[in-house]
Design a protein around this ligand. Structure first.
Ligand code: SPV
Ligand code: MG
Length: 297
């Protein structure tokens, strides 16, 4: 399913960020058909910085919640693979066990730092990183989509470096390439797609160059757009505002109309299914408890 979405350059698909079971369920309700388990957003929701402060076991636990609560294909932000080829393949094996549909590995060094923080983003050696990808590919076999991400433009290298890295990663067995840019326009991305000629499907993350209309990416035959951190940022703004108002107003009366109702919470997670299951599996017992049937004793 994820393979079909990501690896199809004829139709543009979207992956929505999720960072926990709630954001995953909400994205599903909004009819997104695939999710991006964002390293930044998961770190943020756990109270960490996007600098490999969360351990890989913490990440796979969150991924499991995202997968379970949405039952959607999830592309996991695997950062740099949490170390060398061996760490990368170990994490990949665990992600597959937890139900991930794909993993994206970037050519940064451990510990990574979010692409938009500061200016020091040392890149991994191309050959070493290609080995990391091959190890992941051999581990994931055909079960997981392997997306190789180059941070060449983030690190301030030119287009030639980005292209030669992308070609090396394609040779190493990647199924798709993420080309990342921190510019506020899509110029870099579009010159990459022109030169790349769609050797592999291209995945982009238009966090900074958000003003570019999506039709431009369709024309450029981009395969997938990742909305990487928007529910996390929306939640942050909403939580900040609600805290501010409750503190200021010493009441929740004013904010009630602006927050989700409890009914919405119960509906999203199908509490009615629990009631039906209870009737099905605990029926006689419930009835006995409620004194509705004769127990015969
Ligand atoms: C993430 O969502 O964690 C990403 C995208 O890797 S970015 O934050 O733009 O690096
Ligand atoms: Mg990330």
């Amino acid at each position: 399913m994820l393979r079909a979405e990501i690896c199809n350059s004829r139709e543009l698909s979207f992956l929505m960020e999720a960072h926990d079971g709630l954001s995953a369920a909400i994205a599903k309700r909004a009819r997104f058909t695939g999710l991006w388990a964002s390293g930044l957003s998961i770190a943020c929701s756990l109270g960490y910085r996007d600098a490999n402060e969360a351990s890989w076991t913490e990440i796979v636990d969150v991924v499991e919640r995202i997968v379970d609560s949405s039952e959607l294909p999830v592309l996991v932000d695997g950062d740099s693979g949490f170390g060398n080829f061996n760490n990368a393949r170990l994490v990949t094996r665990k992600l597959r066990q937890r139900g991930a549909a794909g993993v994206a590995i970037e050519d940064s060094c451990f510990p990574k730092l979010n692409s938009f923080v500061g200016n020091r983003h040392p890149l991994a050696d191309i050959d070493e990183f290609s080995g990391r990808l091959r190890a992941v590919k051999d581990t994931a076999a055909d079960d997981l989509v392997l997306v190789a991400r180059t941070e060449a433009l983030i690190a301030g290298h030119g287009m030639d470096e980005a292209l030669s890295r992308a070609h090396a990663y394609a040779d190493a067995g990647a199924d798709a390439i993420i080309i990342h840019s921190r510019r506020s326009t899509a110029d870099e991305i579009l010159s990459f797609t022109r030169a790349w000629q769609n050797r592999l499907p291209v995945v982009i993350v238009p966090t900074k160059y958000y003003r570019t209309p999506i039709s431009i990416y369709r024309e450029a035959r981009v395969s997938t757009v990742i909305w990487a951190n928007h529910t996390m940022r929306a939640a942050m703004a909403a939580m900040r505002e609600v805290c501010r108002r409750i503190m200021a107003e010493e009441s929740t009366a004013g904010i009630e109309p602006n927050i989700a109702t409890l009914e919405e919470v119960f509906e999203l997670f199908e509490y009615d299914e629990l009631a039906r299951a209870e009737a099905e599996y605990c029926g006689p017992m419930l009835n006995r408890k409620q004194g509705l049937v004769e127990t015969g004793s």
